[in-house]
Design a binder for this molecule. Structure first.
Ligand SMILES: C[S@@+](CC[C@H](N)C(=O)[O-])C[C@H]1O[C@@H](n2cnc3c(N)ncnc32)[C@H](O)[C@@H]1O
Length: 332
């Protein structure tokens, strides 16, 4: 039985995270404290050594993060804070648009702590917002259920499915207002965000609010040395825009094995001044909330050397969904 004061402490800590005035150190301390409570309640530390807790789980396309790593996501501080702010604002925006109507949230990939319900629901009444949860990992489902019950949040839950979001058919899909699926890694490597969008988005109403709203992978060229005067990163633009790519397919088509090539023509650039190229993952969470370079493990950039003398005229990027989920590039 969890004491009432633990529940109110968790709410107080979360509410401090939602304030713009909180500094990074205080925010990290608040999240660490929430994490300690979650660890104690669920008995999932995020660092247990059972293989079962470490192994990734194969989905129909891509892999779901192992339970330990899913638990540790809570400690990706800026990510967690920005997602919490985004989800609370998205619920309030929906309430304003449809006063008096219950806001229905579909949360695909909740992990063992399900933070986007366990930390969000207490700011609303159970007749204001209702969550349906889906998770591929049965151990995460058990843990999330235990936490939700302990925090006395069960009356916010409509359904809890153990299933693969890449293939799941959502019952009453057009009743939902918000879809949350933080199932991604830097460079959209291996995890299921893109195939999940291919499967789930067409099932919901057109005005469903997706969180994160979009992910872009942007290319830049970096000159020889930061120390030299005039050092300036040259931003080429996006080599992948997930929402644009997904919406280019008709909803009746199966998930494609790869997305169309994106060719970057470099014939007009003096490539000899560039030493490296850099790929940035930019996560557009909601409205003006973005996760930018190095703010999170999701947005760690990848840098690679450009062999000199540079003799190519283009780089071609292709995002594969089979046999593995990964972005590949080749020079021509
Ligand atoms: C990055 S973790 C995030 C966990 C939690 N939402 C959070 O923010 O802390 C992603 C979660 O999504 C689940 N997941 C990934 N792919 C999935 C899929 N295809 N179907 C269902 N769940 C999936 C993983 O098992 C994992 O628990």
């Amino acid at each position: 039985m969890i004491e009432k004061n633990i529940i109110s402490t968790i709410k107080k800590l979360t509410s401090s995270l939602l304030k713009d005035s909180i500094n990074q150190g205080e925010a990290e301390r608040s999240i660490n404290e929430i994490h300690a409570h979650f660890q104690q309640i669920t008995e999932i530390t995020g660092y247990d050594s059972q293989i079962e807790y470490m192994a990734a789980i194969p989905a129909a396309k891509g892999k779901a993060l192992g339970l330990n790593f899913a638990a540790q996501c809570l400690l990706d501080y800026k990510r967690t804070i920005k997602f919490l702010k985004a989800i609370v604002s998205a619920i309030i925006e929906k309430q304003k648009k449809q006063p008096g109507k219950m806001v229905k949230v579909f949360y695909a990939g909740c992990g063992p702590y399900a933070p986007f319900i366990t930390l969000v629901a207490p700011f609303f009444q159970p007749d204001e917002v209702q969550f349906s949860l889906l998770e591929i990992n049965k151990n995460s489902v058990e843990s999330a259920k235990k936490l939700i019950d302990s925090l006395k949040l069960s009356n916010y839950i409509k359904d809890f499915y153990i299933a693969d979001a890449v293939t799941f058919k959502v019952p009453n899909s057009n009743s939902f207002d918000i879809l949350i699926s933080e199932t991604l890694d830097a460079l959209l490597y291996r995890e299921c965000y893109v195939p999940i969008l291919f499967n789930l988005l067409p099932q919901f109403n057109k005005d469903i609010v997706l969180i994160p709203e979009n992910v872009l992978i942007n290319l830049s060229f970096l000159p020889h040395s930061k120390e030299q005067s005039g050092y300036k990163e040259y931003e080429v633009g996006s080599v992948l825009n997930v929402r644009e790519s997904v919406s280019a397919y008709s909803t009746s088509e199966p998930i494609p094995p790869k997305l169309p090539n994106k060719k970057i023509d470099m014939t007009s650039l003096d490539m000899n001044i560039y030493e490296r190229f850099l790929l940035d993952t930019k996560v557009h969470i909601h409205s003006d909330i973005w996760l930018n370079r190095n703010e999170s493990s999701l947005t760690i950039p990848l840098e690679s050397i450009l062999a000199q003398p540079f003799q190519h005229s283009s780089i071609i990027f292709t995002y594969f969904l089979e046999p593995e989920i990964e972005l590949r590039c080749r020079f021509e």
